[in-house]
Design a protein. Sequence first.
Length: 300
Amino acid sequence: MNNPMDHKHSKKNTVPSQHSLQDIQRMISCFEDEILPNIPSKEEILQRAKQRRLQRQKVGSSLLSLVGVAIGLYWYNPSYQQQSYVSQLGEQKQVMLSDGSQIELNTNTKITVQQHLRSREIVLLQGEAMFTVAHGQNPVSRLFERDFTVTAGDVWIRDIGTIFNVDKHRDDEVMVTVLEGEVEVRRLNGKSLSMHLTEQQSIHYQNEQFGPVKTIDGYAITAWQTGKIVFEQKPLQEAIHNFQRYSDFTVEIEYDQLKQIPINGQFQAKNYQQFMQALPHVAPVKIQKINEHHWKVERK
């Protein structure tokens, strides 16, 4: 059974609500003339929405363009800095790169260093250089390191470890030796597979092909850093050529057979006179000194 009091209370609650709505409508009606002109039309609302949509699309396109340019630059790997370094005849020079890597130039050596977006590329134009490459201290930092590569004639070398030596005395002859760590070696623009050299390994490139990988004495390779030359069964003509890298002199060798006489020993790189004078004691030859810079090797 319904309670009359509940019905009475219900009417009291609804009437004030209706009066309040009417009061609000009367208040708004007083300002209709001022409010209505400022309310945008349907067409204006649609136009503004279209403009906002176009603006968002323009911002999105700009961001995509920036991402595309960044990816393109990373793939293209442009060079942003190039420097050249030269050591004179008989001179040795040390080059420090901005990343902490170190390059030591032997006598009469020319290199160019190109800093790229994602690589460091060195071109050994002539001579000999020792490369000590700086690496991060942890695996995470090494993931973001730029490649360190060396090009010498037709030979391309990529650093994996730390220290390696590249010797290019002639356009068609290159020797790569690893003193510490590891490198990848392959023929530039060739179809040959790449090879990996590790510590105390060396490979010789000549006549457009690689020789076998050899185990070498590291001291014989690094002796030039202390001003010495070490010969181990080195043919006489090549031994003389090594001294000519440090000093300007000429040597005539009377017979072709004499050019292949094996030479062993350790000598001062800049003291070719000492070598020439000692030669009759280590090989079956006699030496004639024409003048200070001209010598002749004859059969004993």
